[in-house]
Design a protein around this ligand. Structure first.
Ligand code: COI
Length: 369
């Protein structure tokens, strides 16, 4: 039986059961060759992976095996037609040396939302949570110990039919891989408001974590990088007058005493960090507005001195401060990070909650037993 429980007494203890068909442990751990507190983001993976296989309309088996290359045909539909979805989530090592997950239920539900939109099978909770917990128990020593460190967890589903006809596949794999991670961005960002390309369209798949959303973002990002920016701010596909997300993150502004962010339309991902930040903002007495945010409003707020902060929110980065916003050949400089009140407080508070240094009043952390 696999169990995990919250370290916060306000939240119900959850239990999941999963029968693993096989556990094959690596003969030689790679952990001793790594300094998990120093590895670059997403390039070094832990010793083991979890896999569940789907065929004939059901999840038929699940197993843990050493990390390695995927045994699959070059014809699989995930590669050709992008029938692939993923999640990003994090585990932390607390000051009491416990392994904790941040809001894992939210990732479980969002993965299945993505699955429905991409005509893929949903993953049952006992497979998602049970596989994750079992994998973490085996590879927990890969979790960085330093203040900014975490174990980035990447659950994903890929269509594995060996067939190049365009139709929903009949076979899938749900896989979890994990990578120790430090800070995603080392410095505040310079971002360019993108007015030609767009990330998502109404009726499209912008609200789910489909691989294609990320692949299509690369070319406009390279163009922005050639102009000296690190990321773009995506705008709506119809008018390019309203901001939507930034890079791979949700986007927020502090204007006056308000925390303002684009509302959750179907072009925008319902970020778990986004929701977390908004909950903290409300707790701390900020007015929170989730609605359309026009470029005009942001520039006017900059000009009249009320634009205090701009930042991205996401699992990988948590908070990515935006220092400069470029729009139509003009760069708008924002106040220095040291003068900002809200987003640094969010960053510090979340880090303290995740490391078990302060009380988790929202019940966000789940302890892996
Ligand atoms: C995340 O923040 O988890 C993301 O999805 C970004 C990722 C593509 C690195």
């Amino acid at each position: 039986m696999l169990t995990w429980q919250t370290i916060n007494t306000h939240v119900m203890i959850t239990t999941a059961q999963l029968h693993l068909d096989k556990v094959t442990l690596t003969k030689k751990s790679r952990l001793a060759d790594q300094d998990v507190n120093k590895v670059p983001f997403g390039k070094v993976f832990t010793d083991h992976i979890f896999v569940a296989e789907y065929e004939d309309g059901k999840w038929i088996k699940s197993y843990i095996e050493p990390y390695g290359n995927a045994p699959m045909s070059y014809a699989v539909s995930a590669l050709h037609y992008g029938q692939t979805i993923f999640e990003g989530m994090k585990a932390f090592r607390t000051v009491k040396d416990e392994t904790v997950l941040f809001r894992p239920q939210e990732n479980f539900h969002r993965l299945n939302k993505s699955a429905i939109r991409m005509a893929m099978p949903e993953v049952p909770e006992e497979i998602f949570m049970g596989g994750l917990v079992e994998l973490l128990k085996i590879d927990k020593d890969w979790i960085p110990t330093d203040e900014f460190g975490s174990l980035y967890i990447r659950p994903f589903i890929i269509a594995t039919d060996e067939a190049i006809g365009v139709r929903p596949a009949e076979t899938y794999k749900f896989v979890i891989i994990m990578a120790p991670a430090g800070k995603y961005y080392s410095e505040p960002l310079k971002v360019l408001i993108e007015s030609s390309y767009f990330r998502s369209v109404e009726g499209g798949v912008g609200f789910v974590k489909n691989g294609g959303n990320y692949g299509r973002s690369l070319y406009p990002t390279i163009l922005a990088q050639k102009k000296g920016y690190q990321q773009v701010i995506w705008t709506d596909s119809k008018t390019h007058q309203y901001v939507e997300e930034s890079g791979t993150m949700n986007l927020m502004f502090v204007i006056g005493n308000k925390v303002i962010t684009p509302g959750l339309e179907d072009t925008i991902l319902a970020g778990i960090t986004r929701d977390t930040v908004l909950k903290l903002a409300r707790l701390w007495g900020y007015d929170v507005e989730e609605r359309k945010v026009s470029i005009k409003e942001v520039i006017e707020a900059h000009e009249n001195g009320t634009l205090k902060e701009a930042f991205g929110t996401g699992t990988a980065a948590t908070i990515a401060h935006i220092q400069t916003i470029g729009y139509k050949d003009h760069d708008y400089q924002l106040p220095p990070i040291e003068e900002r009140k809200f987003s640094p407080k969010v960053d510090d508070t979340l880090r303290a909650i995740r490391k078990g240094k302060i009380e988790d009043t929202f019940g966000w952390m789940e302890k892996v037993c």
